[in-house]
Design a protein around this ligand. Structure first.
Ligand SMILES: Cc1ncc(C[n+]2csc(CCOP(=O)(O)OP(=O)(O)O)c2C)c(N)n1
Length: 617
């Protein structure tokens, strides 16, 4: 019998001795590997955090003590030992367990996460409420070195250092975001890791400094006089101390005894502590140790070979984007490209290889990425910001205030627009049209296939102001090579009974839906609206022509989007009836995208049924 078989709550962990805990760590890694290779999910980060999670649950009392996992993609071990083992059967599937912490799922998840760098602010909120209510528990947030690159984390540290509330920040430092971590902070953490030898003993410091060329003698002489200065120079960890947190570390994140020992020592400290833990991403599985970026988030794979089971279905939008932009930049030296820690997901790594001097990975810093692009654009560059739709939400003010207000020619290449599947509600790109449409000066394009995306990237260089090009996750259906002006709507098909006006790859659903309706003797026309903003009203009136029934179809919230634009154009046309279709007024859960589409009745069959009914009314 495995030890893991008896672990249904954190309490069971506390009854184990060191040897049993180490054995449990091995069993957990085997479980994760077997389970995630079947369902897909976030493997590498979870393999790296097994001992740390066990140590936290060994020392603290969840759910009394509150544990906040930043981003939350590394919370699988926590889920496993807080009674959710069965959930792994259907991890990230429709109706199954989420891949992120969810309050609705367990008392052990005090806060929902998914986007990075929120955990310190959340912890500060929990600690402040605790103190107001005069309760006594610990608040622990676990944040990765990647997530510590975001501005929000520093806003929180600034507040934490000032308020001096009892809380524990654990920095899980694996020197990786999804890809290699970048930036000055990453270098700084590296320095701390390698400076360990200076901090061991005071005598050690003196010995070491005296051996340092040029400055060694000087430092040794000053050591006794100016201990504070010496400490600052030799123990760079004081960046956290200077901000008012007690810095402890670095600690080996795979040594359970050491982890438990240090956690016990800091457990009841009444002030904020930052514990620096060094871990290896992907630990224990050679394929993920060697390629942690590939195993950060992965679909089902063969455990023996590390190879993905499903072959990717054709060319993706991201790939078209990356190769097209790299190609454009060959002949246009003003093009620069920016990613916020997503070089592989957005495909921009290819640009980085081709044009390293014009490629910027700014870390998980969406707000900075956008204003940085504005600065570049104001100096004559043509910045392309590649960002997932849901992460762009974080840079809304920068988009308005720094880019659009000044009408600067920044191109936003918005990947993952629409449903993304198993990452779920925190990651779906449901709202970009809703939040982009009201912004003056911004042109919005939505390509229905890879060919159009390529054309749009090229044509964006002719614009004098900002443009947003939204495209979804996954393969980009090549339909036909229509050379016409992308600013004009494209008539895909003429019909008699109704006109479906669609955007982007919702056009694919419109075509399938129209084929189904055709078999029922309902003849639909299809108009693909490539330019969502500005819309030339005359184009819409002429396309609508004699149609009396219009259906708008978009991959985004139905609340405010392409459909509502069409409604306002046709509002005085009394004889025209309009059916708006898009995502409902609700957060959409996780699952296979095809399952999710069905669950919100946007699959071609359900659409056809609804349109048939609509035409009968
Ligand atoms: C605001 C935001 N931007 C981007 C992401 C995508 N993302 C998820 S995890 C991750 C890297 C996190 O690195 P780190 O915190 O070091 O955790 P690790 O996986 O290395 O343990 C990124 C960029 C996100 N979740 N939220």
């Amino acid at each position: 019998m495995k030890i893991l078989d008896n672990i249904n709550s954190p309490k069971a962990i506390k009854e184990l001795n060191n040897e049993q805990l180490s054995k449990l760590a091995i069993e957990i890694r085997e479980f994760l590997l077997e389970s995630i290779s079947r369902t897909g999910g976030h493997l590498a980060s979870n393999l790296g955090i097994v001992e740390l999670t066990l140590a936290i649950h060994y020392v603290f009392e969840s759910p009394r003590d509150k544990i906040i996992w930043d981003v939350g993609h590394q919370s699988y071990v926590h889920k496993l030992i807080t009674g959710r083992r069965e959930g792994f059967e259907n991890l990230r599937q429709l109706g199954g367990m989420s891949g992120f912490p969810k309050r609705a799922e367990s008392l052990h998840d005090p806060f929902d996460t998914g986007h990075s760098s929120t955990s310190l602010s959340v912890a500060m909120g929990l600690a402040s409420a605790r103190d107001l209510d005069k309760y006594d528990f610990q608040v622990i947030s676990i944040i990765g070195d990647g997530s510590l690159t975001a501005g929000m984390a520093y806003e929180a540290l600034n507040h934490i250092g000032h308020e001096q509330k009892k809380m524990l920040v654990i920095l899980n430092d694996n020197n990786m975001a999804i890809s290699k971590n970048t930036g000055a902070l990453s270098k700084h953490l590296n320095k701390i890791r390698t400076a360990q030898r200076y901090t061991k003993t005071k005598a050690g410091i003196k010995n070491t400094t005296s051996k340092m060329p040029f400055i060694g003698k000087f430092l040794t002489q000053k050591l006794d006089k100016a201990k504070g200065t010496i400490k600052y120079m030799l123990v760079p960890g004081t960046i956290f101390e200077e901000m008012g947190l007690k810095y402890i570390g670095p600690v080996n994140g795979h040594n359970l005894e050491e982890l438990i020992d240090v956690l016990k020592r800091v457990k009841d400290f009444e002030k904020p502590v930052l514990l620096h833990v060094v871990t290896k991403k992907g630990k224990g599985y050679s394929f993920s140790e060697n390629h942690p970026e590939k195993f950060h988030g992965i679909g089902p794979f063969d455990m023996n070979t590390g190879k993905a089971k499903a072959s990717s279905k054709g060319l993706s939008y991201s790939k078209v984007f990356s190769s097209s932009l790299a190609e454009l930049a060959d002949n246009n030296k003003s093009i620069v490209a920016i990613t916020a820690a997503m070089p592989d997901g957005t495909g921009l790594s290819l640009f980085g290889l081709a044009h390293p001097d014009r490629y910027f990975d700014v870390g998980i810093a969406e707000q900075h990425a956008v204003t940085f692009a504005a600065g570049l654009a104001s100096s004559g560059k043509r910045p392309f910001v590649a960002m997932y739709s849901s992460f762009l939400q974080r840079a809304y003010d920068q988009l308005i205030h720094d880019v659009c207000l000044q009408n600067l020619p920044v191109a936003f290449c918005i990947d993952r627009a629409g449903l993304v599947g198993s990452d779920g509600e925190t990651h779906h790109g449901s709202f970009d049209l809703s939040f982009l449409l009201p912004i003056p000066n911004l042109t919005i394009w939505s390509p229905k296939d890879g060919y159009e995306l390529k054309r749009m990237l090229c044509r964006s260089l002719e614009l004098e102001g900002p443009v947003a090009i939204r495209y979804p996750r996954g393969s980009c259906n090549e339909i036909n090579c229509d050379e016409t002006e992308i600013k004009l709507p494209e008539t895909i098909k003429r019909g008699n009974d109704c006109l479906i006006i669609s955007e982007g790859n919702a056009t694919i659903s419109a075509i399938e839906c129209s084929n189904i309706l055709g078999k029922r003797n309902i003849d639909c026309g299809i108009l693909s609206l490539r330019q969502i903003k500005p819309i030339d009203e005359n184009n819409i009136f002429s396309a609508v022509g004699a149609y009396r029934a219009i259906v708008t179809l978009e991959n985004g919230s139905v609340n405010t989007g392409m459909g509502t634009q069409i409604n306002s154009i046709l509002k005085n046309s009394d004889s025209i009836r309009i059916l708006n279709k898009g995502y409902p007024d609700a957060f959409i859960t996780h699952g296979e995208t095809s399952d999710l589409i069905k669950s919100i009745s946007l699959d071609p069959e359900s659409l056809a049924n609804e349109i048939e009914q609509f035409l009968k009314e």
